[in-house]
Design a protein around this ligand. Structure first.
Ligand SMILES: [Zn+2]
Length: 297
């Protein structure tokens, strides 16, 4: 039989062993829990390290789109200025296209003599003919102004370039017929007549200017446009003239007139030539005035 004190001692020992084993089990659980927390912390720390690696790629992608976006704006910037420039150039190119109606222009009819000194070489001035009661002219006096001179080496005034004094169109080309010899007539529309002369001429009238006694006519045809200052011929000795000079004659009359022939003072002058001569010189349809009102107002 086991004594009672030994049974109690055994029970106390067993209780101690049981407490120790429970403590050890709890301690083991605690360590496992700590390791688990540590591993979770590692995993939590590692996942941010892995996520930045994919993120740079997005930043590379986001870096690319901005690049294409910065490339795109310049084209739109380049496209915008170009229309603006073309719009600015547009009116400039439209202004020249509006030049079919050029400004009135006046030139010396002789290349060798400036316009402001043209009266210095007048060899015979304009002299108004008698005017009949019906408004026609007598074929007397001097219907134009004669311009000429002797050069320093005593050579005659021939071969000097003759220039169109005004803009206009060729209204007549006459080849070596009396009295004008080789002659060119230019019609200048009313809008092209320089001031102050234009104010004195009816709006429905053109200015007709005649260049007589010419040589070496430029290759021009009736209806051809000429511009002021353009060479049309040279001074010569053709037609009725006692000395070399340019006969310059001006009238105003109905717009759009032209002459295919003009001649007088010769037995071989045809009826159309005579009729045209009388119409131009004497009828009064073309109103005569002193050319110096144009050249030296
Ligand atoms: Zn003359």
């Amino acid at each position: 039989m086991i004594p009672a004190y030994r049974t109690a001692k055994f029970a106390r020992n067993a209780k101690k062993v049981l407490n120790l084993s429970i403590l050890r089990a709890l301690r083991g659980l605690f360590f496992f829990w700590l390791i688990g927390i540590f591993l979770l912390a590692l995993a939590a720390c590692a996942s941010p390290q892995h996520s930045p690696t994919p993120q740079p790629a997005p930043t590379e992608h986001t870096a690319l789109p901005p690049a294409t976006q910065t490339i795109k704006p310049p084209p739109t910037l380049e496209v915008l200025p170009t229309p603006v420039l073309s719009e600015i150039k547009g009116p400039e190119t439209e202004t020249p296209t509006a030049s079919p109606t050029p400004k009135p222009c006046l030139s010396s009819p002789l290349a060798v003599q400036p316009l402001d000194k043209i009266s210095e070489i007048t060899t015979q001035p304009f002299k108004m003919p008698r005017i009949m009661p019906n408004g026609s002219y007598k074929d007397d006096a001097h219907h134009g102004v004669d311009l000429g001179y002797y050069t320093r080496d005593k050579k005659l005034f021939t071969g000097t370039p003759v220039l169109a004094a005004l803009n206009g169109v060729i209204a007549a080309i006459i080849h070596n017929r009396p009295p004008y010899g080789n002659m060119l007539m230019i019609e200048t529309p009313h809008s092209q007549i320089p001031q102050p002369l234009r104010e004195k001429i009816p709006a429905e009238h053109s200015l007709y200017s005649v260049y007589g006694h010419l040589q070496n006519l430029q290759p021009l045809a009736p209806g051809d446009a000429v511009t002021c200052g353009q060479q049309i011929a040279e001074t010569g000795l053709t037609g009725f003239t006692s000395g070399p000079h340019l006969h310059f004659e001006t009238r105003h009359g109905p717009a759009g007139q032209s002459f295919d022939s003009i001649a007088y003072y010769r037995a071989d002058a045809t009826k159309p030539e005579l009729a045209n001569y009388e119409r131009w010189r004497m009828s009064g349809e073309f109103v005569l005035f002193n050319p110096m009102e144009l050249l030296a107002p």
